[in-house]
Design a protein around this ligand. Structure first.
Ligand code: ADP
Ligand code: MG
Length: 674
């Protein structure tokens, strides 16, 4: 297949590098220019192709400058008008009386009867043939006209390699069209094709393309898995350190934690890199499993790196790791972007010479300048918040071998997706909460109740309990607005003079933030006003009440995570969701879900139903590349067919695999799956 050398300016404008990219630049919709509509049949609200001869083209200046063109229909007495609000002299020159035009556009009621505004138009010769296929309308970018894309695709279709990549028997068995049939159909459907089925991506031609795309995913996932199994990673055998931590912990592991740890240990004992997701609801005890895993690496004389997406989260992990590991004589280094000067140089030196067996931090750990003596295990908390490149960067730190990778997430990936889409990911699930957790009573109230809530806080915190007051972060034109939290803090301080009230948000300096969190943890603060920075990971068992303002603005997963900050101690816990009126129907349903359920998986499922998987699996959340054509929920059946086909092809049809990937991944497997 032709590559970089021959790509056209259209390819370049669209950011494409290979021929196949443009071939797969599929239309958004179609316009029917296969027949002319007589002027007397035009109805407002429709779009139509009209032919006429220019009678007059005049510039009007009211209500604004515009070109008004009057057309006469050949062979009838009917006339028709169209307007152009932006036009060039060159266009005006083409619209001379007597010019024959075809125009396509939406019909609108106008002063002189039905008319069009800014139709697509071109001059034609008398009797010029009409197209016999629907006109494709492509996604485009500024400075690239539909006509140019249409021409480029049409030219490409004449010369391009549309040969079949898949064996005919397979296509027959799956009831799929040939690639060439499908691709020609999508770029130029027949007038009798259902526009609705094309636009909903349900047409058989679309099924073939979606299948190809999903098959590509499945093939590349499996090839990656194969590559990973061929890569070398240090074999980590536990020298008893993790047993010592287990003995020192104030609690026994839950059955689910033990099972997960067993799976991780088994992976670490293999000579190829682990690629495992540890999934467990908020509060299920993932941190402690991670610490035990880190000890397996340290016990084998190697290093572990632990990373979280925000500084507050990373710091919580750091404190936990120190609490657990330092008594065993293990040094834990701290590295975050805010760390400067001498402290930073020292941390990096400790990591580089191996004095620090464990390093905890933010993405600062990914930086090139950070060198490990012998990194054998990378642990990534809340993995869905990191991008693929960042994870790759960390894996690159294993000098001559890959470190094992353990990812943790409280956002569950539906099992079917974990098994198929993320085929190269092993999953351990902690499906059991530590014993003694009290259910959290969740209440929902309008913001009119706010004063009442503040009054109740006085007694509540006065009685020795601690509480969170959470305000949403408002993001305006790219800037994070902390005003809500700062105002709430000022107001609560004024209203509740007897309470000790702290404020935590992402903009505080690291040491200020640490001081506030430490004071809250030590019981020196009664009430902590915070932005959603406390969303995950923060662990203060004595805090048993959480008030969340503007709960209607937050995602369900986020609310669930926030709520998981309470209910960790002996006290009955409450989460109060305050919302601003009026509440939309969807918002009401969402708050009801969170009120009625405490099961993170059930909540994620409902969230998925309300928001759709695109968002759930967005590149941002999963680090997985987005599919261009297929939809993981709607196309479950195709996904399964593709998964089976991938297995079969890899075993029996290596040539078909090569052909298929050459078309769909012309640049190789690149960064697709880290
Ligand atoms: P998450 O899975 O949300 O990261 P954490 O690891 O922060 O959960 O654990 C939540 C709390 O539960 C912590 O205070 C932790 O010490 C405690 N914990 C963890 N495992 C157990 C257990 N097996 N029994 C009792 N408490 C536990
Ligand atoms: Mg956690």
């Amino acid at each position: 297949m032709a590559k970089t050398a021959s790509v056209s300016p259209v390819h370049e404008k669209l950011g494409y590098r290979s021929e196949a990219d443009l071939l797969l630049h599929l239309p958004l919709r179609y316009e029917d220019e296969t027949r002319l509509t007589p002027i007397r049949d035009l109805r407002p609200g429709q779009s139509a192709l009209v032919e006429g001869i220019v009678e007059r083209a005049e510039i009007l200046y009211r209500p604004r400058r515009q070109l008004l063109v009057t057309l006469a229909e050949p062979g009838s007495a009917e006339t028709f008008h169209f307007r152009m609000l932006n036009f060039y002299p060159s266009q005006q020159a083409q619209l001379k009386p007597g010019a024959r035009l075809r125009l396509f556009g939406d019909i609108r009621p106008g002063f002189f009867g039905a008319e069009m505004v800014h139709p697509r138009w071109r001059r034609v010769a008398e009797g010029a043939p009409l197209p016999d296929t629907l006109t494709p309308i492509y996604p485009t970018v500024a400075g690239l006209s539909q006509t140019r894309i249409q021409k480029a695709v049409a030219t490409l279709l004449e010369a391009a390699d549309l040969s079949e990549t898949l064996p005919a028997v397979l296509l027959d068995r799956l009831g799929l069209q040939a690639f060439e049939t499908a691709i020609r159909r999508l770029h130029g459907p027949q007038p009798e094709d259902s526009l609705a089925s094309l636009e909903r991506h349900e047409h058989p031609a679309w099924r073939r393309i979606k299948f190809d795309e999903l098959l590509t995913q499945q093939l590349s996932l499996r090839l990656h898995a194969g590559q990973r199994r061929r890569q070398r990673a240090p074999v980590l055998a536990d020298a008893g350190l993790s047993e010592r931590l287990l003995a020192a912990l104030p609690f026994p592991l839950t059955g689910a934690q033990r099972r997960a740890l067993g799976e991780i240990r088994a992976d670490l004992g293999q000579p190829h890199p682990m690629h495992r997701l540890l999934q467990g609801d908020v509060g299920s005890g993932k941190t402690c499993v991670a610490a035990l895993a880190a000890l397996v690496a340290v016990g084998a004389g190697q290093q572990a790196a632990v990373m979280a997406p925000t500084e507050i989260l990373a710091e919580q992990l750091y404190l936990k790791f120190r609490e657990w590991l330092e008594p065993l004589g293990i040094r834990v280094a701290w590295l975050a972007a805010a760390l400067k000067g001498k402290a930073k140089r020292e941390a990096m030196a400790e990591i580089a010479d191996g004095r620090a067996a464990v390093a905890v931090g933010t993405h600062a750990l990914f930086q090139d300048e950070v060198a490990f003596r012998s990194l054998a295990l990378a642990i990534v908390d809340e993995q869905h918040r990191f991008g693929v490149e960042q994870r790759l960067a960390l894996r690159g730190k294993g000098v001559d071998r890959m470190p094992h990778l353990l990812m943790m997430s409280a956002t569950p990936i539906p099992r079917s997706l974990a098994m198929s889409y993320f085929a190269d990911l092993d999953v351990s699930v902690i499906d059991e909460l530590p014993p003694g957790r009290k259910p959290i009573a969740t209440k929902v109230a309008g913001s009119a109740k706010r004063d009442e809530v503040i009054a109740r806080l006085r007694d509540y915190c006065g009685g020795g309990a601690q509480a969170y007051w959470v305000c949403p972060l408002v993001e305006e034109s790219g800037k994070i607005d902390l005003k809500a939290a700062i105002d709430a803090h000022a107001e609560l301080v004024a209203e509740l003079p007897n309470l000790r009230i702290g404020l935590a948000h992402g903009r505080l300096k690291a040491d200020e933030k640490a001081a506030v969190m430490a004071a809250f943890k030590a019981g020196e603060l009664d009430l902590l006003v915070a932005t959603t920075v406390i969303e995950v990971g923060v662990d203060v068992p004595n805090a048993s009440l959480m008030v969340i303002e503007h709960a209607e603005r937050m995602g369900l997963a986020q609310l669930h995570q926030l709520r998981g900050r309470v209910g960790r101690g002996g006290r009955e816990s409450t989460c109060l969701l305050l919302y601003a009126e009026p509440l939309s129907e969807t918002a009401r349903r969402r708050l009801r879900i969170i009120k009625d359920s405490q099961d993170g998986f059930a909540i994620a499922r409902e969230d998925l139903a309300l928001r759709g998987p695109g968002e759930f699996l967005g590149a941002r959340q999963s680090g997985a590349p987005m599919l261009r054509f297929a939809d993981l929920e709607a196309d479950q059946d195709l996904l399964e067919l593709a998964r089976d086909a991938a297995g079969h092809l890899l075993r029996h049809e290596p040539e078909a695999v090569r052909r298929h990937l050459a078309r769909w991944l012309p640049r190789g497997l690149d960064l697709l799956h880290a």
